[in-house]
Ligand binder design. Structure first.
Ligand SMILES: Nc1ncnc2c1ncn2[C@@H]1O[C@H](COP(=O)(O)OP(=O)(O)OP(=O)(O)O)[C@@H](O)[C@H]1O
Length: 268
């Protein structure tokens, strides 16, 4: 377990340098202030969450962090180094991995081969690639490790269409882990899942906090946030309206008004 680990419900540790810092970032599309002055710190070994209603700017902020979306102003720092003017390719080399709202596995590759695609992106692992796999050669240690950490043993030779939706999402997370990330961005990793699958993903993400992996989860499922995250940011109209432990955030009057409603008002 990382030295920076805090139990879910804990707040941001002090005296530890963030993996990624967002400093007063704005992304305006003409008159639309999609992101309008957001600051946040993503710490090693912690799971951070972003919640907010549709159109509140969550995806735009993730796009800015990964440099797919141009900033109007503000700074982004990775390990203390500014990168707001860097390309998306440079960000990927900083070991930032991402999963998307919809499953993006290659249908003609097996589970192992899909995960190998992630390992191929690693600068430090040249022990195998999809081509050598297809020729029956070795599998990277990073792939074996990702399979084991995501409990995918036994599924290695399946094709995506043969897997449940929840298992497909686990393969995506395995592929992201195989890149050896320091920061893992997860866009609605449990969308469309049943309760059991959600609990499995929540447990998986919590187990990944080891080795200092920093995670940022965009999620509409508030219970998933409460069960999984250490620190939550709530957005509305491009701005932060609350941050803190999941419990603090769901109790915030601004968050309840913007997003949650009565159901979470008395959440303990
Ligand atoms: N390329 C763009 N051009 C113009 N407006 C945009 C663009 N991308 C996003 N927006 C607008 O910015 C605002 C924030 O959108 P964004 O997709 O970031 O919200 P979100 O919180 O991720 O929503 P959802 O939960 O529905 O995914 C919305 O008003 C959206 O219409």
């Amino acid at each position: 377990m990382s030295a920076t680990h805090t139990e879910p419900g804990g707040s941001l540790p002090t005296g530890v340098d963030p993996v990624l810092e967002v400093d007063d970032v704005k992304v305006h599309f003409g008159g639309v202030k999609a992101v309008d002055g957001i600051s946040m710190k993503l710490m090693p070994g912690m799971i951070h969450g972003i919640i907010g209603p549709n159109g509140s700017g969550k995806s735009t902020l993730i796009g800015a962090m990964t440099r797919l979306t141009r900033l109007t102003s503000g700074r982004l720092l990775f390990d203390g180094e500014e990168y707001q003017n860097a390309s998306a390719a440079v960000v990927a080399r900083k070991r930032v991995a991402r999963t998307f709202q919809t499953v993006r596995l290659l249908p003609d590759l097996t589970v192992l081969e899909n995960i190998q695609l992630g390992a191929d992106a690693r600068a430090d692992d040249k022990s195998g690639n999809v081509l050598t796999r297809l020729l029956g050669k070795q599998i990277s240690p990073a792939v074996r490790d990702a399979v084991s950490r995501t409990n995918l043993e036994g599924f290695e030779d399946f094709y995506p269409s043969e897997l449940s939706y929840g298992t497909q999402r686990r393969v995506e997370i395995a592929r992201a882990i195989a890149t050896g990330p320091r920061l893992l961005l997860l866009d609605e990793p449990t969308a469309g899942m049943n309760q059991k699958e959600r609990a499995e993903i929540s447990a998986l993400l919590q187990s990944l906090r080891t080795d200092g992996l920093c995670q940022l989860l965009v999620e509409h499922d508030v219970q998933m946030m409460i069960d999984t995250c250490d620190h939550v940011y709530a957005m509305n109209f491009g701005r932060l309206i609350a941050e803190g432990t999941p419990t603090d955030v769901v109790r915030s009057p601004q968050v309840q008004e913007a997003y949650l409603g009565r159901k979470w008002r008395d959440h303990a």
